[in-house]
Ligand binder design. Structure first.
Ligand SMILES: Cc1cc2nc3c(=O)[nH]c(=O)nc-3n(C[C@H](O)[C@H](O)[C@H](O)COP(=O)(O)OP(=O)(O)OC[C@H]3O[C@@H](n4cnc5c(N)ncnc54)[C@H](O)[C@@H]3O)c2cc1C
Ligand code: FES
Ligand code: FES
Length: 1315
């Protein structure tokens, strides 16, 4: 800040002793102290060289220009500015890690590399606000909305049923918007590739891909006019320019600089180099390493033009450090046709596997390498590529000295006051071969478990290694990157020589010493994988001369994945029931696509609301010794910290009759991640920062019990959740069984991964408390709040919920945590309080799917007929038995199979984990999966196709199950026969056998599994209210179900439209609340849509009955409005309410049936998997809305695939802390993890006589068809084991991640042969 004022009269220089803050633009008045001349002056910031510094940034959003000065912290992201400052809630956030794509916006940015403006999709959750100078942003609000019209992308995603909860939808739309702006004529492949960073937990992606691919030129090209319409709302042509001045912004003790040239940068480094500073390139590193810092100084490199320079010469290509990864890929691809540079294509391909499109648009190669420098364990793909390619890096120092270093040398350089300036690459000889590999936990948008690069100069005839090769690995341990010994050994050797290969593998094995970091894949796998990758490389080099069976090792099933496609058929529509049975988009799909659908997370209570952040424990199974919160209390913006003692009522977020679950711990710490208290602050960021300052001391630390096995060992149990179940005489039957086997299976946990994290806000009103909560169960929130506040009556608590951004069972009871915390905060501060969890807290604090472990004994005949089954199963409840679902086990475990004798002992294990809770098909799914696994075991024992065992044991129509359920409509046998034919199961079995016999390192498998899924209505209770407005006959409905993407609102509206005979457009579904929807049970169990529809039908009946006499008074041809108005004029009540409390004689009202055939392929050497095809035949009755039901089936199935293949929960064995608490480590399926060929057929002409208007439940049962995925993979593993004569039975536990698949294939480098 310049503080010298020169008098123009006497030239005296004065020091301004005013209390001027940075950014202060006022005009000041004073008299010259020498000549008394009245002076008027303003202060400008200048740097120490006297250059004017600009203390604001300018950018535009949807055509409106914004100027921001020193008002916000340099850590403010664009997403939080959009959402919190501008209140533009269309842009969603979920992970704030660049991992989910919910926050994508379009940025028109000047690209210094080629001097052009470019449109880029960027993750606004990582993009710093202060980097926005000169950028034109378009957000979801800018491309189409209800008032001005939706744009084509929004329409197509809505019309193709590509939205369910809708949380991911704005991000999907913006990604496509950007693609079309940049490339109006994309091919399907480009579209599919572009979606690598957009996660959706609801839809299973097929519908989204269909919508987006409808823009493909190989589908139906979009014309230019349409494209212009896409851009319609962002009409502003104003050309923003980045400032020419250096930018300097200050907020409290943090400063942001944007230097415009290297000289300015160096002077900043000289000035601040000894402080905690950070150079900012793309800032995407904060998505991976969130806890770096805190920093006082941020220096943005984006405006230094020379760092974007790309110089291409025949003998050199030199690339500046600010070139982004996507630009680098383009440069590499472009330059790969130049002599000697063809290897750049290999590197470009590898770099395309880094992160996702949005991240690669911002992230620079230099930022990536510097991350590796700072965090040496980071498995950097840029490092692998550049080290393999022998790149030379140039580093500059603030003192003007530059040095060159190889990437490896660079890792040991101190980066303080240094800039990674550029890299250069040289051409390679014709004999040089470069190959790189990256093996990830899922097919895209994931870091490497192990990555590798090989550069070999080879004699192409003899495959002799001509010079010192380069063998580079990542993911082994922080200090290992080169296999130096193996490199040395191979010089002068021929790779065609098997003994050379064997020796090289031996040496390599001895060099590879992986660390045992529990968050990584196992050390055994990583060694085996490293050896396998080397073997793959050697096979590729020698491919013309090797045994053709080994060629299968060379290709990548991930790279070679075909475009995915989905087909489906629906049950016949019944026009007499329209709009019921008509496939139609969801009512609010367009609003979801335009970002206008409002969720609790989007609500703002008022300007003076406080934000809450939980203080979480970091250890488990111990006691709190002391809490030091002095630093947090003194942090500006912190208003209050509350603990258990501050709870005015009961310290339990769950009301009676649930067993109490502490909102805040008292002294005993059950699990790491448990809530100690809540910090209330003026902003969420302040609250989170304060939470980090809390120092917790622990005592009485004991080893944590983190799984059922530890629990069993330590006899850590809750009381048995249900009595032992006995049917027939299992002991006698076992004794007499010709065959008896025993075995076990473990099914691990799964996170809900709803994209709207748990959140609630609360406001005190004269009536009591208004609570908005993202909950599946309004009543439970109301009762929980009443008890935690100690209110005498619950009518003082008003709960509201419009819709959820996903739930899958996770917001049944757990939603009470945020709601009760918010109300206690509100009680103490007398201010509105919002408690919205970030993803990491959500992961740490909230329980997940119950892991199940089953030990079984099966008696059966030599034909495979089941005679007796005894199961002892254990369920990992976490720290509370509240939500356990073991009681449904005995009713589901038989699945479609008739076994005359059963014994089941259910045990609930208490562990040091958060209380596990319902996740889509809780209890039902593990029971079915365990049964299917037992069938597999029987088949293996008898050496028969498991399908044969399945079929021989099927129930028959009219059978009664062990829990007394008559199967009067049993049709699983028909479904199996039908899908067996339509999927060509038998033909494909033969094809697969041939494939497996011809390919040593790729194997395929196919499996058919069926389901019976009992739908229980007894004990359910829901209401529906209908109000008809006299003025125009329009209708409002309020019902006890919660919309969470399953389309309940649409189905109820359809039913109402049919029953009353009115257009569906006349109907509006209102926000559910605790007044209109009192006493309703949770939305869940796949029953709510049907039962609420039934309640709606009953309401309609009441209304129609009331209208009956009126009709007679009207002339023929009367309209609905005539009828309504006449009724009104005669004093008829135009509203109706119905309370539904169904009772059924049997455990289930009816059963849902289905069957699925899945074919999988695995890469034996890496464990990578592709699901080639899944066919589902589903008995959905007469679907109320087949489009919605299809979406539910696809979404549930893909969620089940995630359970089996990619989603792994890991805890620190010492502390119990969750290690997989974000998108970096936890991997739900992406667009390229779904079946490549996905066919879903709904059984035709099969209305459900026991359902509502012939329908059947859909939300959860299709997930239970995914054992077919697991067993298809298992078949492939068996084929691999057959190759080494190890084809014995083994259990496939979940999840079968790449590492466990590869290990189950028993890969051993001694099996690696050439001929
Ligand atoms: C969701 C996600 C997935 C990812 N997946 C992968 C993956 O699969 N493989 C992989 O390799 N990477 C992956 N990454 C990492 C990603 O490539 C890096 O975030 C990125 O390259 C960092 O670049 P940046 O420009 O954003 O750096 P920044 O985040 O801006 O900076 C990172 C660090 O480097 C320093 N720095 C930046 N530039 C310079 C410079 N020129 N000189 C000196 N210091 C500098 C910064 O001060 C900071 O400490 C992923 C990241 C995300 C968010
Ligand atoms: S919120 Fe930005 S990528 Fe997830
Ligand atoms: S619709 Fe995609 S996350 Fe819900």
């Amino acid at each position: 800040m310049s503080d010298l004022i020169k008098c123009p009269n006497c030239l005296t220089e004065h020091v301004a002793d005013l209390n001027i803050k940075p950014g202060d633009k006022r005009t000041f008045k004073a008299n010259c102290k020498t000549c008394q001349l009245p002076l008027k002056f303003k202060l400008y910031q200048v740097d120490h060289r006297g250059l004017i510094e600009q203390d604001y940034i300018k950018f535009s959003i949807n055509g409106i220009e914004y100027t921001v000065s020193n008002t916000l912290s340099p850590r403010t992201t664009l997403a939080s500015y959009l959402r919190d400052t501008l209140n533009m809630k269309g842009t969603k956030i979920m992970c704030e890690e660049g991992g989910c794509g919910a926050c994508l916006v379009n940025a028109e940015i000047f690209d210094h590399s080629d001097g052009q403006f470019k449109n880029l999709s960027i993750n606004s959750c990582l993009f710093p606000l202060y980097s926005c100078d000169g950028i034109k942003f378009t957000t979801i609000e800018g491309i189409g909305c209800k008032k001005t019209g939706f744009n084509d992308i929004q329409k197509r995603i809505a019309e193709n049923n590509g939205t369910q909860c809708g949380w991911c939808t704005p991000g999907m739309v913006m990604n496509m918007y950007n693609l079309l702006i940049e490339n109006p004529r994309p091919k399907k492949k480009e579209i599919e590739d572009s979606m690598d960073g957009n996660l959706c937990r609801c839809t299973g992606y097929r519908s989204i891909l269909t919508a987006m691919k409808s823009f493909a030129t190989d589908e139906k090209p979009i014309d230019i006019e349409e494209l212009n319409k896409l851009k319609c709302l962002n009409k502003s042509n104003q050309c923003l320019k980045t400032s020419k001045n250096n930018i300097h912004l200050i907020k409290e003790d943090e400063q942001w600089f944007t230097p415009k040239d290297i000289e300015s940068l160096n002077s900043l480094l000289n000035q601040y180099g000894s402080m905690a500073y950070k150079l900012v390139s793309g800032n995407t590193g904060t998505g991976v390493y969130k806890n770096d810092g805190p920093f006082q100084i941020y220096i943005d490199l984006k405006s230094i033009e020379e760092l974007y320079e790309i110089q291409k010469y025949p003998a050199l290509v030199k690339i500046g450090s600010q070139v982004t990864l996507n630009n680098l890929i383009n440069v590499f691809n472009d330059y790969s046709s130049s002599p000697g540079f063809d290897y750049l294509r290999v590197l470009a391909h590898h770099l395309g596997k880094i992160a996702n499109r949005g991240v690669r648009n911002s992230a620079t190669w230099s930022g990536n390498l510097c991350m590796k420098n700072i965090h040496q364990e980071f498995p950097s793909d840029v490092f692998i590529c550049l080290e393999t390619a022998n790149a030379l890096l140039t580093l500059t120092s603030s003192n003007g000295i530059s040095i060159n270093a190889t990437p490896l040398e660079f890792l040991s350089k101190d980066l303080r006051s240094r800039l990674l300036y550029s890299m250069s690459l040289k051409p390679m000889s014709d004999q040089t071969i470069i190959r790189t590999y990256k093996i990830m936990p899922r097919s895209q948008n994931a870091h490497a478990y192990v990555n590798a690069g090989f550069r070999f100069e080879i004699d192409r005839n003899t495959q002799t290694v001509l010079s010192l090769p380069s063998i580079v690995f990542g993911g082994i341990n922080p200090s290992f990157s080169h296999a130096f010994n193996t490199e040395k050994y191979l010089v002068g050797k021929s790779l065609m020589n098997e003994s050379v290969l064997n020796s090289a593998l031996e040496i390599l094995k001895s060099e590879i010493q992986p660390d045992n970091d529990p968050v990584l894949a196992s050390p055994e796998y990583r060694v085996s994988l490293a050896l396998s990758l080397f073997y793959k490389f050697v096979l590729e080099i020698c491919q013309n001369k090797i045994n053709p069976k080994f060629l299968s090792a060379i290709s990548s099933i991930i790279d070679d994945r075909q475009l995915s496609q989905g087909t489906h058929t629906f049950p016949d529509e019944d026009p007499s029931l329209y709009p019921v049975t008509k496939p139609s988009p969801k009512l609010n799909a367009y609003l979801q696509a335009s970002g206008e659908a409002e969720y609790t997370f989007d609500k703002v209570a008022s300007n003076n609301q406080l934000e809450g952040a939980f203080i979480l424990t970091e250890k488990s199974n111990c006691k709190i010794d002391s809490i030091d919160d002095s630093l947090a209390r003194n942090l500006p913006g912190v208003v209050k910290i509350i603990y258990a003692k501050d709870i005015p009522g009961k310290n339990s977020f769950l009301p009676e009759p649930f067993p109490p679950e502490l909102l805040f711990i008292e002294d005993q710490v059950d699990y790491a991640g448990q809530a100690v208290g809540l910090i209330l602050a003026e902003s969420h960021q302040i609250a989170l920062n304060a939470a980090k300052l809390i120092k917790l001391k622990y005592k009485d630390e004991k080893p944590p019990i983190l799984n059922v096995f530890d629990g069993i060992k330590s006899a850590s149990f809750f009381p048995k959740p249900i009595d032992d179940f006995k049917y027939g005489d299992p002991d006698a039957a076992l004794k007499n069984s010709p065959c008896i086997i025993d075995g076990d299976i473990f099914l691990d946990s799964q996170a809900h991964f709803y994209m709207e994290n748990q959140n609630a806000f609360c406001r005190e009103t004269e009536d009591g408390y208004d609570v908005h909560c993202s909950t599946q169960w309004i009543d439970l929130v109301q009762n929980g709040v009443q008890e935690v506040l100690g209110l005498s009556t619950c009518n003082r608590v008003n709960v509201k919920i419009k819709q959820l951004g996903g739930a899958y069972g996770g917001k049944i009871t757990r939603a009470n945590i945020t709601a009760t915390a918010a109300v206690v905060g509100c009680y103490h501060t007398n201010r509105p309080v919002r408690v919205a969890l970030n993803l990491n807290t959500n992961f740490n604090l909230i329980g997940k799917r119950f892991p199940w472990y089953a030990k079984y004994k099966i008696g059966f005949g030599t034909d495979g007929k089941l005679l007796a089954i005894k199961i002892e199963w254990y369920c990992d409840a976490g720290n509370s038995p509240s939500d356990n679902s073991m009681s449904v086990g005995p009713a589901f475990v038989d699945n479609v199979y008739n076994c005359p004798n059963w014994f089941i002992s259910s045990n609930l294990v208490r562990t040091n984990l958060p209380a596990n809770t319902a996740v889509r098909s809780p209890g039902f799914f593990p029971s079915i999966a365990i049964m299917e696994s037992m069938i597999e075991h029987v088949a293996k024992y008898l050496d028969k196709d498991p399908l044969e065992i399945r079929q021989i044991n099927l129930y028959k129509k009219g059978d009664v199950t062990p829990v007394g359920q008559p199967l009067d409509y049993f049709n699983a046998d028909e479904l199996i026969n039908s899908i067996r034919k339509t999927s060509d199961y038998d033909i494909r079995l033969g094809i697969i056998e041939k494939f497996n016999s011809e390919n040593r390192w790729k194997k395929r498998g196919i499996s058919l599994t069926p389901i019976k899924w009992g739908v229980g209505w007894t004990g359910a209770y829901y209401n529906c209210s209908i109000a008809i407005y006299a003025k125009d006959g329009s209708i409002s409905i309020s019902h006890g179900g919660v919309e969470m993407g399953q389309g309940i609102h649409t189905k109820v509206a359809q039913v109402c439209a049919y029953e009353l005979g009115v257009p569906i457009e006349n109907i509006s579904i209102k926000t559910a609340d605790s007044f209109n929807n009192l006493n309703a049970m949770t939305t869940g169990g796949s029953i709510t849509s049907e039962l609420v529809s039934q309640a709606c039908i009953e309401c309609c009946k009441i209304i129609l009955k009331n209208f009956e006499p009126i009709r007679k008074l009207l002339p023929s041809g009367y309209t609905w409005v005539d009828l309504v108005q006449k009724a009104f004029s005669m004093g008829v009540d135009l509203a109706a309410r119905y309370w539904l409390y169904p009772q059924t004689e049997y455990p289930f009202r009816y059963c849902v049936y289905g069957a699925c055939v899945t074919e999988a392929e695995i890469d034996v050497l890496t464990g990578e998997t592709q699901i080639l095809r899944s066919d589902i035949l589903y008995d959905g009755g007469k679907c109320t809305n087949p489009e919605i039901d299809l979406g539910q089936a696809e979404g549930a199935f893909v969620m089940g695939m995630g359970f089996w293949l990619t989603e792994k929960i890991k805890h620190d064995p010492k502390t119990g802390l969750l290690l997989t608490n974000g998108t970096w480590e936890y991997k739900p399926p992406t667009t390229k993890d779904i079946p490549i060929d996905f066919r879903i057929n709904f059984l035709k002409n099969n209305p459900n006589p026991l359902g509502v208007l012939g329908s059947k439940a859909i939300g959860e049962p299709p997930l239970c068809l995914t054992p077919s995925v697991a067993f298809a993979v298992k078949r492939a593993i068996e084929a691999a084991r057959k190759e080494i004569n190890k084809d014995e039975f083994f259990t496939l536990n979940s999840p079968a991640t790449v590492d466990s698949i590869q290990q189950l294939c028993l890969v051993d480098y001694r099996q690696f042969k050439l001929f």
